[in-house]
Design a binder for this molecule. Sequence first.
Ligand code: NAD
Length: 268
Amino acid sequence: FLASRTALVTGSTSGIGLAIACGLAAAGAKIAINGLGSPEQIDAALQAVRDAGAADVRHFGADLRDPEQIEAMMAAIDAWSPLDVLVNNAGIQHAVPLAEMPTQKWNDILAINLSSAFHSMRLAMPGMAARGYGRVVNIASVHGLVASVNKAPYVASKFGIVGLSKVAALEYAAAGTRDSGGITVNCICPGWVETALIEPQIEARRHALGNPGATRDDGVRALLSEKQPSLRMSLPEDIASMVLWLCRREAHNVTGASFPIDGGWTAQ
Ligand code: NAD
């Protein structure tokens, strides 16, 4: 159902972003991937998206800390194929107490997790409105809905993107029609998802058990039992599945919403 559509997924050289890019590719879209990595990692990501069935796929290498690079990327994508679907997924984490948080980490986390979405949205959304169909899906987090200790910039960035998404949803609510699909802006708010991003936190919990024989699985159990009642991690594909549903035409009236996929975390 996405044949003839073009999608950008930021931070799609690994993890959740790569799964989303593959899911959109399998539905027939042309895919712009973005993200850091060695040439081998980027080639592997391109191949995975191609294998998933992408009509076409290219890597756009902007470092999302730099607004000028974002502007150049968005112009290059527009010249390649105007964007219908924008998934702001790139994100980084650094977990230490507020008073020990390096200023550079604060700046980088806010730039990548929040400001980059402002820039890509301000550049992509007018074109979507002119064409009558557009989907912005921002990968926030449960930390866009509730807080945890040691994550000041991450939680600030994720609450920020939830707010940014609501404003954009309102500004574009009346653009397009039911038939064209309209313009929607939503957030997905995952709890723990099995990716590289959370490995340092698994390792920290394993270490905190104080048992030299503790395994990674013990660390995972400790992490999940703190907050995620299902005691199961999500897989990146689980998140991709909801992105795909939000892109469907019948989701034209689903906008300004934030959807937890968190095993009950925020129900508590
Ligand atoms: P990941 O580390 O596997 O992927 C992050 C992606 O962002 C990579 O492609 C990386 O290259 C890219 N990236 C990082 N810095 C960049 C920069 N300066 N410029 C361009 N790209 C950059 O992590 P993930 O777990 O897949 O995270 C994806 C999103 O999901 C993030 O926004 C994260 O906050 C969110 N999230 C993850 C979890 C989880 O448990 N893994 C939970 C909730 C939300």
